[in-house]
Every structure is written in C-alpha cells, then in structure tokens.
Design a protein around this ligand. Sequence first.
Ligand SMILES: Nc1nc2c(c(=O)[nH]1)N[C@H]1C(S)=C(S)[C@@H](COP(=O)(O)OP(=O)(O)OC[C@H]3O[C@@H](n4cnc5c(=O)[nH]c(N)nc54)[C@H](O)[C@@H]3O)O[C@H]1N2
Ligand SMILES: Nc1nc2c(c(=O)[nH]1)N[C@H]1C(S)=C(S)[C@@H](COP(=O)(O)OP(=O)(O)OC[C@H]3O[C@@H](n4cnc5c(=O)[nH]c(N)nc54)[C@H](O)[C@@H]3O)O[C@H]1N2
Ligand SMILES: [Mo]
Length: 726
Amino acid sequence: MDKTKIITTSCSHDCGGRCMLKVHVHDGKIVRMETDDGEEPQFRACLRGRAYRQRVYSSDRLRFPLKRVGPRGEGQFEKISWDEALDAVARELIRVRDTYGNASILLLGGSGSQAALHSAGAVERLLAKFDGYTRTWGTPSFEGALFASMATYGTMMTGNAREDLLHSQLIIMWGWNPAVTIWDTNTAFTLVKAKEKGIKIISIDPRLTESTAVFATEWIPIRPGTDTAMFVAMAYVIIKRGFQNQQFLDKYTVGFDKFRDYVMGVEDGISKTPEWAEKITGVPRATIERLAIEYATSKPAALIPGWGPARGARGEQFSRAACTVAAITGNIGVEGGYAGGFMRAFHSRQMGMPRGARNPVEEGTPPRPNSLYRLRGAAKPTSARIHSEKIYDAILRGKAGGYPCDPRLAYIVASNFLCSHPNTNRGIEAFKSLEFIVVHEQRMTPTAKFADILLPVNTFMEREDVISPWLGSPYYLYMDKAIDSMYESKSDRDICDELALRLGITDYREGRTDGEWLKIIAERTGDIPDFEDFKKRGVVKLKVDKLFVAFKEQIEDPVGHPFPTLSGKIEIYCEHLAEMDNPSIPPVAKYLQAPEGYGDALSQKYPLQLLTTHHKPATHTTMEKIPWLDEVEPRRVWINTKDAETRGICDGDGVLIFNDRGKVLMRADVTERIMPGVVNIGHGGWFDVDELGVDRGGCSNTLTSSEHSPGGAWSTNTVLVEVRRI
Ligand SMILES: Nc1nc2c(c(=O)[nH]1)N[C@H]1C(S)=C(S)[C@@H](COP(=O)(O)OP(=O)(O)OC[C@H]3O[C@@H](n4cnc5c(=O)[nH]c(N)nc54)[C@H](O)[C@@H]3O)O[C@H]1N2
Ligand SMILES: Nc1nc2c(c(=O)[nH]1)N[C@H]1C(S)=C(S)[C@@H](COP(=O)(O)OP(=O)(O)OC[C@H]3O[C@@H](n4cnc5c(=O)[nH]c(N)nc54)[C@H](O)[C@@H]3O)O[C@H]1N2
Ligand SMILES: [Mo]
C-alpha cells in the first residue's frame, strides 16, 4: 500500500474565493481534505472546497464520450470512442463554417474553471484559430458595476486592499454578503477583525444575510431595485446640510452641479427628499437622514456596493449612484474610504494565457451601441457579440431579429448554460432549434443533456494549473495534480488539441507543453522568480509594504496622475453617457423605475419581487447534488411570515412560484430574514421539469427575465412572481 501523499491545490470554480486545499491521497484516491495551516495570512477553504471529494466521486460524473440517440434534451446517449466523438465534432464545425460562415458558430463559454490554463479559454483559442466564432458580451457577474466603474473612473481597479477596511470609521455593506460570497478569501476574516476593533458595520439588503447577522450592528431592509432612490435622498440630506466635501468635488470631479440640480429638483421639479425616497424604498425617512449624516461625517467611511443590486434591470444606476455619494463625501483615494465601482484591488496580477489569436469574425466591426467605446482604447466593444441574456432570442430570431448572425451550432464549455441564464423554458426551445450542440462537461447537467456530442472533462484535481485571487489579494496558488483523470475524461485543452488536428490546425499549443506554459504564466506576473519553489510550496504569499488604495496617486497628485476618464476627473456627469442620449443610462446617476421592478403595473398580477442570490453551499450550479452540501442549506424559497400568512403557507410547505415565464415547485422557508413583498431563490438549482411543465429542480432562471439593462447589466434580480401553496 502507498503512503498517504498530501497535494496542494485550489478550487478553480467561480466562487469568489481562491483557497488552499491540502488533498490527502491514498492509493490514488482522495481520502481527506485539509486547508492552509501555514504562515499568516492563511487562505482557508470554505465548506465547498472541503466537501469537494464528493464532487470528484459523484455518480453523475461523465465517464466516456457520448452521442445523442433520443430526442434532443432527453438525455438518451450511447457510448462512443474519443475518435468517433472528435471526428463528429470536427465534421460539424467544418460543415457549419462552410455552409453558413464562422459567425454561425456560437461559443457559450462559462465560468466553470477560472484557472490560468484550464478554462473556457481553451475552446476560445481553438475557434479563433479556426477563423472565428460568435461570442457573448454582458458578464452575468458584474456588467452593471463594470459599466458604472468605467463611466465614472475609467477603470475597474477601484477597490482597496481588504485589510484597509480596518482604517475605516464606518463600513456600509450595501447589497454585499461576503460571509457567503467570499469576495476574496479573507474578506470575512477582515470583517471579524473590524468588528472586534469596534468599527461600526451597517447592512442594507432586502434579506438579513449571514454577513448582516455576523458583522453588522444594524440591518436596513430595502425594496429590491430601489437603492438609487436612497442614495439620491442621502445626497439631498448631505447637500441640504452643506456636508458635502466641496473641496474634493471642485478638485477631482466633474458635473456635481448637474447631479445637484437633479437631486434638489431644479431639473424636474421633484426634490429627492427622504420622504420621496421612503415611498419608493420602504426605508423610513429618519433612517435615510441618519445614515446620510453618519456616512458624511464618519471620516473615512467605506461604502461597499455589492454586485447583486447591480444585477438588475437598471443596475448601472445603483453602482453609479454609489460612486457618486463616495465622491460627494470625499471617500475616494483615501485609506479607510472606498470608491465603489468594479472594486478590483491591485496586489497580485491575474494569471492567464497570453492573448490568443484574434477573432476574425469581430475584425472591422463597428462598436456596440451604448458602449463606452471611447474609453477602452484598442479593445473596442464590438457589435459582433450577442448579450449573454439574449442568446436564446438570438438563436430563435437571428439576423431577422436584429442580431449579428444566425447561430447554427453551439459550442458549450464550462457552463451549465440552461440553468445559469435567464428564461430557461425559452432556452430549451432555442437549444432544440439548433443544428448541432457540443458540450464539454464533468457531470450530467441539464445542459449536458442537450448535447449531440458530450465530451467528459476532468476536474482540477486531475490536472496541473496555477491560479490568482478573484480581486487581487496578494498571493498566488499552484494547483498540483492529486489524482489521475477519472474514467476516460480529458482536459479541455487536450480535447481541443486533438480536435485542432482534425480541423487542420497544427499549432494549437504553440510549440509548448502545458508545463512550459505554466512556468511562462507564473513568471509573467513578475512576482514569482522561482517557479520550482512555487511548485513545491504550492503558494506564493507576497509581502506588502503598503496596502493598495485605489486612486491614491490621483488624489495626491492630480496633475501628474489624472483619472483615466475622458475628462481626467471623476465623472459624476459623464459626457460619454450624455452622447448616448438614452434616458435609461443618463449622464448622472438617477433613480429609474425598471420594467418588472417595484411599482411596475405587472405587480397587480405578480405582487412579489424575486431575488436570485448566490447560495451558501453552491458555486452557481457547480456544487449541486453534493450530499454534504445539500445538508447545510437545502434549497428553499424564502418568504416573509406576513406574505406566507396571507397565502396560507407554513414553513416547509410545498409552494409554486410562478410568472408568465415558468413555474417552480419548492419548499417554503417562512422567515423574518426577508422583508415583506420579496422572495428569494438561491441561484444554482438544476432545472428538472415534470410532465406538467413545472420545474422541481429549484432553478431560479425558470422565472427570470432576459431584458438586460441598456448598459448591459443583467436583470436576474428584477423579476415579479406570485407564490401559491400547493
Ligand atoms: N457561495 C457562493 N459564493 C459565490 C458564488 C456562488 O455561486 N456561491 N458566486 C461568485 C460569483 S461568480 C459572483 S459574481 C459573486 C456575486 O456576488 P454578489 O453579486 O455580491 O452576490 P449576490 O448574492 O447576488 O448579491 C449580494 C446581496 O445583494 C442583495 N441584493 C440583491 N438585490 C438587491 C437590491 O436591489 N438592493 C440591495 N440593497 N440588495 C440587494 C442580496 O440579497 C444579496 O445578499 O459571488 C461569488 N461568490
Ligand atoms: N438567476 C441568476 N442567474 C445567475 C446569477 C444570479 O445571481 N442569478 N449569477 C450569474 C453569475 S454571477 C455567473 S458567474 C453565472 C455562472 O454561470 P456558469 O458559468 O454557467 O456556471 P455554472 O452554472 O456553475 O456552470 C459551470 C459548469 O462548468 C462545469 N465545469 C467545471 N469545471 C470545468 C472544466 O474544467 N471544464 C469544463 N468543460 N467544465 C467545467 C461545471 O460542472 C458546471 O456545470 O451564473 C449567472 N446566473
Ligand atoms: Mo459571477
């Protein structure tokens, strides 16, 4: 018998953290999982990483290449050889390219693996070398926050190092739940330290989250999608009392006067008072007033706007408004403050393959309407891409519907697309209409069942890689291989390499082995001089003399370091947005009533606002059906006691959640942890439709809408539903 080996690696799924896993391997099997117990700071794994053994050995792992034999989507397959499978995929790629052109090849690459070498990028590189493909724009995670970040600051590097929170007088978690969503491994740990230090922490969220329960002294519930009204009313209070940091505004920003005109009612005759905001948000006027004063007078204060509220039908306004109040109070570029925006902090670099071949389908195309194309220099946002929420519509309507192509073939990799994208029932219709679907997967997901050819992929435990933190914390992890590839599974790169040869592409790996690429990727960071030592230790923890504070240079030396915006200043009023002349993305942040948002006429029929938040034991749909994790928090719909009472619903009852797009059957979690009028389904359930068309898998996207905001923000938190006891 072998001795037990301990291998160091990290989860590579898109989970908000990058944590060290110490994998105990005995006789070629994973027997136990530990985590970082080395020098501080430690990067400790959460419940999902520690339960990972059950995912590697789950019974729905794909074992062999499969070919569809029944109707598409029913999951009837026969086992075929790798040669047969790859020949079939190559044949279809060539047929579709030759018949319709490269733009008809749709790449649906997901976030399943985020490591440097092994990711959806493997297929992206292949299809680029195959003369191109159509891809998506509109990142589900943060498109609203990114848009606001670029419009206001011209960059996504707008976060401060986590430990800098310890310099704040006040921390406001605004739609931010890092106890669950991690947001770089040691965020919760830092918030514990902040609490111990006596720093006041307030949470604004329709739900009483784990973060609220553990860190906050106050919970302010607010109606989903109405936060911008509260920001605007806070600005009203601050301006009325003369608490704005006028020196900061004069020196570093443009357009405060235009925002003030909107706030004070000069522009439209409506003063945006706390009374005005109370009616919209449900937050008492006195609370708005008190918070405004507290935020303006606690110096410095960190207001952290999560991405959840920006994942709404006018989500850009939430993030823009958060940046605006940070500017009004002068909390930008100072220790203990926080600029909002995209919130990446810069200590480690993002590890990845060097830029691959260009995509010929996109070359020479005009910029996308409503994009901040003047800001992004060479990488102009191209109109050749389809918004990720609109893929189903694009498949069904193609060029006739105003899309850039007529998709015929979908290449799906590292995404459980049907479960993670809005309006799953329409997705099923769309996927049924395609000529060919190939899927690279690890497990038999609902999306995998729609494949014509389904290719089994190994997990990160079965290959080597490197990975860097989600938002730039100061370290890197080496991902060693713990076990051999299970069954006949291969890495996405190995699959692409073999496919490339069948497509006449001979330089897929560009003359280097995966091991050589890893060394290049690590060395390109500039932080890892000794690759062999990195490999041996499994981690590089960077020594940081000064914590990163976004825009410190711009504030200390505005002449030498202008902001990377068109004006060189923080754009409270953004000229680029003004040029778009689109009232749904105005040049200053405004509260806009959203279609299907609070107050929409549809609430007569569907009176409850649905949230689809990131779920504690889940990483999207990736950690589904793992017994240890299912036990932690079974997937249930949260409903307030009052709403349950009026509907005769008791805790644990089976209920139907429905709207015009679909029906979901789940058990009710009747709780005071969610405000009246709002229900929540944790995102990630596997769609499982019965003969009556009811989804019994708890997939939130059975109910969500694909009407993204004009700036690209996803709309999955702007949904109206009704709930009924069954
Ligand atoms: N456990 C777990 N962690 C994850 C992930 C996961 O799937 N599971 N996914 C990772 C990924 S890829 C991402 S992008 C991030 C996502 O990170 P976030 O987008 O920040 O996470 P969410 O849970 O969607 O939203 C955060 C909070 O916003 C609140 N919220 C929603 N709408 C509103 C609103 O209109 N107003 C206010 N004030 N609050 C609102 C929700 O109740 C929730 O508590 O999480 C990462 N971390
Ligand atoms: N309603 C609603 N929908 C949402 C969200 C929400 O808040 N609400 N959040 C959105 C967000 S922020 C995100 S990032 C997306 C995520 O959406 P997706 O990127 O589609 O994420 P998953 O659903 O987890 O699917 C990832 C799949 O990749 C597979 N996988 C893992 N590793 C590998 C690998 O190495 N190779 C291959 N080929 N496959 C692999 C996993 O088995 C899994 O099935 O979901 C979005 N969808
Ligand atoms: Mo995400």
